[in-house]
Design a protein around this ligand. Structure first.
Ligand SMILES: Nc1ncnc2c1ncn2[C@@H]1O[C@H](COP(=O)(O)OP(=O)(O)OP(=O)(O)O)[C@@H](O)[C@H]1O
Ligand SMILES: [Mg+2]
Length: 367
């Protein structure tokens, strides 16, 4: 029997969500009992791969790390979901002429081509139709185009297969965050919410309104930008910079600044200055996306910012951002919808958001 057919008859109960980042690999696996999700397991595997390691070797190292982790934890799940972001994928919101489902399937490549900055032959193109709209008297369909570079998708499939898993879904980081956000805050927001997943190389930005992601953008300002800024001032090695940012905080109030001066905390003051400058650059990029979104007239304001990713742990980051954007800032707890969690350390929680969103995906999404 065709194995896809078997999966449709017996959808897998457990999918491991695996977020393969440049700093760490994050894993989450839920199981469902009486319609209630429970946490089967989670993992956070820091990677220390030398930057000049060839691509194939990098993939094998990551696959081995995942395999060892699954073995160590005795996880038997077979199916996995991973995701891509950054340069590997482009998401565009466009209005296309209204057509029947069949016609769309036949013409989508031609319709999409002008919006995709890659050669259409190098990408896997998917689309979702959000709804019908009228534009200048013409019936149109609001459509989300997702163009994923085939080689980036293949890289993730290779890693999962080499780790002994069956890759079921290759999603987009921002969509995984939307899946998770729906679960942790179902229907709670009347206004748009900005989600920022600040990782090591990339910050995934999305704006969600009425349960639908309306803007997806990846910005190449994240943890490693901050490392470079600190290195420039303090001339420390990478491990020392990493330790410094985990042990210090952004100095936001005058009292905090004065206390750092009194303690002669030269490194702490420099780190805070560098982080503040990087966050200001990030702030101007984010503001551009917010302005672009608000100019479309769907919402009048952003009601809150939700932070995830490793950098969400930077001390005082939510206070700093709330001051810049003048809206409340929260740090996501990807397991807040569970009856109990397995003592996941507080500083790990925000990094697990993408993996948790991936683990929540069901077979129907993959068909
Ligand atoms: N406690 C902390 N304080 C400050 N920064 C932290 C802390 N913990 C982790 N980070 C930073 O977060 C970043 C890693 O975040 P994350 O694990 O989300 O990245 P990633 O998903 O591997 O990267 P990417 O998706 O960009 O490839 C690193 O720059 C790391 O130094
Ligand atoms: Mg990441």
């Amino acid at each position: 029997m065709d194995s896809n057919f078997v999966k449709l008859l017996f959808p897998p109960k457990e999918i491991i969500g695996i977020d393969i980042g440049t700093y760490s690999v994050k894993l989450v696996c839920f199981w469902e009992e009486k319609k209630q999700f429970k946490l089967r397991d989670w993992g956070h595997i820091p990677l220390s791969i030398k930057p000049d390691t060839p691509g194939e070797e990098k993939k094998s190292i990551i696959a081995r790390e995942i395999k060892n982790y699954l073995k160590k934890k005795g996880i038997q799940a077979k199916y996995a979901a991973a995701s891509i972001s950054g340069n590997a994928v482009i998401v565009r919101y466009v209005k296309l002429p209204k057509l029947s489902k069949k016609e769309v399937a036949l013409t989508i490549n031609i319709e999409a081509e002008p919006f995709i900055p890659f050669d259409i032959r190098d990408v896997n193109l998917t689309y979702y139709i959000l709804g019908d709209v009228m534009e200048e008297g013409q019936p149109k369909m609001e459509t989300v185009l997702v163009a994923a570079k085939k080689d980036a998708v293949m890289d993730k499939i290779d890693i999962l297969s080499e780790a002994g898993l069956e890759p079921l879904i290759i999603d987009v980081d921002s969509f995984a965050l939307e899946t998770l956000y729906e679960r942790v805050a179902p229907g709670n927001d009347s206004n748009a919410v900005l989600i920022l997943n600040i990782g090591h190389k990339v910050t995934n930005l999305s704006i969600i309104s009425q349960g639908i992601t309306r803007v997806v953008r990846d910005i190449f300002i994240a943890g490693s930008t901050f490392d470079k800024a600190v290195q420039k001032i303090l001339k420390l090695d990478p491990a020392a910079v990493d330790a410094l940012k985990k042990s210090r905080k952004l100095l936001v109030t005058d009292e905090e600044k004065e206390a750092a001066i009194e303690e002669f905390d030269r490194d702490g003051i420099a780190a805070s200055k560098a982080a503040g400058a990087v966050l200001k650059d990030l702030y101007s990029e984010i503001s551009r996306s917010i302005d672009f979104y608000l100019s479309q007239g769907v919402d009048h304001s952003i009601s809150k910012i939700v932070l995830s990713g490793g950098v969400a742990n930077l001390g005082n980051i939510s206070r700093f951002m709330a001051g810049e954007f003048k809206v409340p800032v929260e740090i996501i707890n990807p397991f807040s919808f569970l009856p109990e969690t397995k003592n996941v350390p507080r500083e790990i929680l925000p990094s697990l958001a993408v993996a948790a969103g991936l683990a929540l995906r069901k077979l129907k999404d993959w068909e």
